[in-house]
Ligand binder design. Structure first.
Ligand code: C2E
Ligand code: CA
Ligand code: CA
Length: 393
């Protein structure tokens, strides 16, 4: 057997335009058509508002379910007539197979509904895949735990040196969020930052990172007994630009810790600009007014128009690791890096090459005129104290 759930696409929109009485009528016709596509041994039930569940008896396996889906689509293809309106509805379908007899019917239905959710994106049929469900469950519990981690101050920052390639001196550190979860161990930002962005948690997380980075810089000054010639770089997500008052937060953090704006760099990706150029322009200008520096992160992977690059107050282009990593073996990557470097030079910007993990790469980039470097070859991201020691050494 298989459970197939069928959901009318755009039903709420139809409902809105014809009124709920006519909507009910449409729903009944929809159910009738589904019923007419059943075969002996199949069952039909309403499992939600405009969602119907079919229990299909399979003779040949999966193929029967696909055929049933095709029958349903054909049955639904004729337009519905509601008073003078002619409405065409389509449907999305999710399907899950019943394995052993020990499985709960409810669970199989839930699995089919999970597949349906994905089918709704493109209106087709999707089959339940346990791996995808497991990944979705992990995402969900990471979101819950991350919320607690932010509130409970469980996150820390690691600092990776930014090196002046001409002199070899450390000019600053990039602050990178770290999360040591009691139960799961270390969770990579590559995993939790996207979850934070999707859930909106990036706003409190980003506020925390900014505040903690500036605080750490102030603590280094205090330990050294003087103002160090060092800056910190903090990552800003496109969502923070869109939803938070970034400049107010930056100004408050700088003021709270007595740090000059020119010792802070904000790294943002091309997506932060492309999504809402007008807003990004305003925020960047406000940051400039605070004397903070702006770096374009992962440059070369997004779709910034060169016009923005020229118009916006950007101080640094960070060349994405993927180009740097490919440089040693691949002429095209060298050409790309060279083009980015001459573009930055023409626009009066500094350049930071990310992901330098060998002396060969450091040498090659220095020769090409790249101004700064970052990567495992110099140092991995370090805890705050170790970062200060690294600088002092
Ligand atoms: P990113 O901004 O591009 O940061 C650089 C990443 O490259 C870091 O990964 C760093 O550990 C890694 N890396 C540095 N040198 C090397 C190298 O030589 N080889 C290799 N293979 N990797 C190197 P990490 O710490 O895992 O961070 C991943 C991403 O998560 C960051 O990419 C950034 O986009 C995001 N992220 C981290 N912390 C924050 C944060 O506080 N806020 C926001 N919005 N994003 C953050
Ligand atoms: Ca970055
Ligand atoms: Ca980067």
């Amino acid at each position: 057997h298989a459970v197939l759930v069928v959901d009318m696409t755009r039903f709420s929109r139809v409902n809105e335009c014809v009124g709920s009485m006519a909507g009910d009528e449409l729903l009944i016709t929809f159910a009738r058509r589904l019923f007419s596509s059943l075969r002996a041994g199949d069952f039909l039930a309403r499992t939600g508002g405009d969602e119907f569940g079919l229990l299909l008896k399979l003779d040949k396996g999966l193929e029967d379910a696909i055929q049933a889906a095709e029958r349903i689509r054909t049955a639904l293809s004729a337009p519905f007539r509601l008073s003078e309106l002619e409405i065409r509805v389509d449907c999305a379908m999710g399907c899950a197979l019943l394995g052993g007899s020990e499985e709960l019917a409810e669970e199989v239905l839930r699995n089919a509904q999970f597949a349906l959710k994905r089918a709704k994106v493109d209106g087709g049929i999707r089959f339940y895949e346990p791996n995808q469900a497991r990944a979705a469950r992990r995402r969900f519990s990471i979101e819950t735990e991350l919320r607690r981690a932010i509130e409970g101050n469980e996150l820390t920052l690691a600092f990776q040196p930014l090196v002046d390639l001409k002199t070899g001196a450390v000019s600053g550190f990039e602050a990178l969020a770290r999360w040591e979860n009691g139960r799961r161990g270390a969770i990579s930002p590559v995993e939790f930052i996207p979850v934070a962005e999707e859930s909106g948690l990036i706003v409190p997380l980003g506020r925390w990172a900014l505040e903690a980075a500036v605080e750490t810089l102030a603590s280094w000054d205090r330990k050294a007994g003087r103002t160090l010639p060092l800056s910190v770089s903090v990552n800003l997500s496109a969502i923070q630009i869109a939803r938070d008052d970034v400049a107010t937060r930056v100004s408050a953090a700088l003021e709270a810790h007595g740090i000059g704006g020119d010792r802070l760099t904000l790294e943002l990706t091309e997506s932060a600009i492309v999504q809402d150029p007008r807003r990004a322009t305003k925020v960047l200008q406000e940051l400039k007014d605070l004397r903070a520096r702006v770096a374009m992160d992962d440059f070369g992977t997004g779709y910034t128009s060169l016009a923005y690059l020229q118009r916006l107050p950007i101080d640094v282009l960070k060349i994405d690791q993927s180009f740097v990593a490919a440089m040693l073996g691949d002429g095209d990557s060298i050409a790309i890096v060279r083009a980015i470097l001459s573009l930055a030079d023409a626009l009066g910007m500094d350049t930071t090459a990310e992901g330098i993990d060998s002396p060969e790469l450091a040498k090659a980039l220095t020769r090409l005129g790249c101004t700064h470097g970052q990567g495992f070859y110099f140092a991995r991201p370090l805890p705050g104290d170790a970062a200060l020691d690294y600088w002092l050494a």
